[in-house]
Design a binder for this molecule. Structure first.
Ligand SMILES: NC(=O)c1ccc[n+]([C@@H]2O[C@H](COP(=O)([O-])OP(=O)(O)OC[C@H]3O[C@@H](n4cnc5c(N)ncnc54)[C@H](OP(=O)(O)O)[C@@H]3O)[C@@H](O)[C@H]2O)c1
Length: 378
């Protein structure tokens, strides 16, 4: 790798954001942190600022308390950070569709976007591709499944690929009956068996909505039709995903379940750098590795997301928005677990076919879905 790369971390106080800072702390000769943003966690952000002394600090909502005068405030801070001249790589670790504008702006400005914020591609995958083409930016995925696929593909031509196989841990309710899942409590949904993550993505992993978001993400990242992207349950989360080629050969990428490697790889791709902090893999202690068919009947959010993916247009944006709103209500204790897919279903039926020709149309579909779920959730 040539030269020090300058990084903006959007969502630096979250699970991926703090993981990234841990990784970068071991690679200080390669990377410099020039911008950090958070939503409202001013104390967490202040601690990071004192360690990293970034040129730019942004906070979306100051929550009543006054942040330091040198910090930028408001929703626009994400885009401001993303397009700065002193930024080479934008790590988008924001949760939800709120990350969309910053992804688009960074790509238009020709930056590398290390993308954890999968919702960006689900809401507006075609717009993101167009922004890449116009601005000369590139997306490198942070999601472990997509990082695995990128690593398996290497420089091979897409014509040589038969299918992508995304692995799913199955979440905390992998072995539960549909009836038991319907009555799941918040603490149970947040107790993920193999990953420690933010609350929204943890609930998405319990409903398996997360895997639908990832299938859509893979479609836009790697350009394969949906009938060539499959999901298999792999409870150990050691095989991060697989690529089958047209001659029948299958390549997989393996490692212990830790986001440190995919975050590091998104910053260094296509190169690899030594990092003694990434946990080492031991095949014997990782054994046995098992695989199961996914139970679409028990996880209706995944089925709905896959249907929305195939429907295209505004349906993926509606799926995402309804899911975000329903999960927010569930996290607040205002919605039952079983009502998450029920609300998504209603939103898709009502608004899934809304116009989707540009960003304004997609955001209108997003807003309609959120509003429907909010009203029905009360
Ligand atoms: N966690 C994982 O292991 C993992 C793995 C793969 C993919 N991902 C994806 O990575 C993204 C981040 O996940 P996470 O688990 O790191 O989430 P998280 O822990 O909830 O962190 C989210 C970060 O974004 C900020 N944020 C939240 N809402 C925002 C808004 N409306 N505008 C601007 N900033 C906002 C938060 O700031 P405050 O702290 O101030 O609230 C925080 O810094 C998600 O798309 C998720 O699906 C996560």
């Amino acid at each position: 790798m040539t030269g020090v790369k300058r990084i903006a971390i959007l969502g630096s106080t979250g699970s991926i954001g703090t993981t990234a800072l841990r990784v970068i702390a071991r690679q200080r000769e390669r990377f410099r942190v020039t911008a950090l943003t958070a939503f409202s966690n001013a104390a967490g952000l202040a601690a990071q600022v004192s360690e990293w002394a970034p040129a730019f600090v942004g906070i979306v909502s100051s929550n009543g308390s006054a942040p330091p005068a040198s910090w930028r405030r408001g929703e626009g801070t994400l885009v401001e950070a993303a397009v700065r001249d002193d930024v080479d790589i934008v790590l988008n670790a924001v949760v939800g569709a709120a990350g969309l504008d910053a992804t688009l702006a960074a790509l238009e400005a020709g930056k590398r976007v290390a993308l954890a914020n999968k919702e960006t591609l689900v809401v507006a995958g075609a717009l993101v591709q167009a922004a890449c083409a116009r601005g000369g930016g590139e997306i490198v995925p942070v999601d472990s499944e997509h990082s695995a696929i990128l690593q398996c593909l290497g420089s091979r031509r897409p014509e040589g690929v038969r299918r992508l196989i995304l692995t799913a841990s199955g979440g905390p309710f992998r072995t539960w009956s549909p009836g038991e899942i319907a009555g799941a409590q918040l603490a149970e949904a947040l107790r993920h068996p193999t990953w420690t993550m933010g609350r929204k993505v943890s609930v998405d992993s319990a409903t398996l909505a997360n895997k639908a978001l990832e299938v859509i993400e893979a479609h836009f990242l790697f350009g394969l039709p949906y009938d060539r992207i499959e999901v298999v349950v792999h409870p150990q989360s050691v095989v991060h995903s697989m690529v089958e080629f047209i001659d029948g050969s299958v390549l997989a990428q393996l490692g212990v379940p830790s986001m440190e490697l995919p975050v590091l790889y998104a910053l260094t791709h296509p190169e690899r750098v030594a990092d003694e902090g990434v946990p080492r893999f031991d095949p014997v202690s990782a054994s046995p590795l098992t695989f199961e068919a996914v139970r679409l009947d028990a996880f209706p959010a995944l089925r709905l997301g896959l249907e929305a993916a195939r429907a295209g247009g505004a349906a993926p944006a509606v799926f995402n928005a309804a899911n975000e709103q329903a999960v927010a209500l569930f996290l607040a204790g205002d919605l039952a677990f079983a009502d998450i897919p029920a609300r998504i279903d209603e939103a898709l039926q009502r608004h899934g076919a809304m116009p989707a020709h540009d960003k304004a149309a997609l955001l209108a579909a997003d807003a309609a879905a959120r509003s429907l779920v909010r009203r029905r959730g009360l």
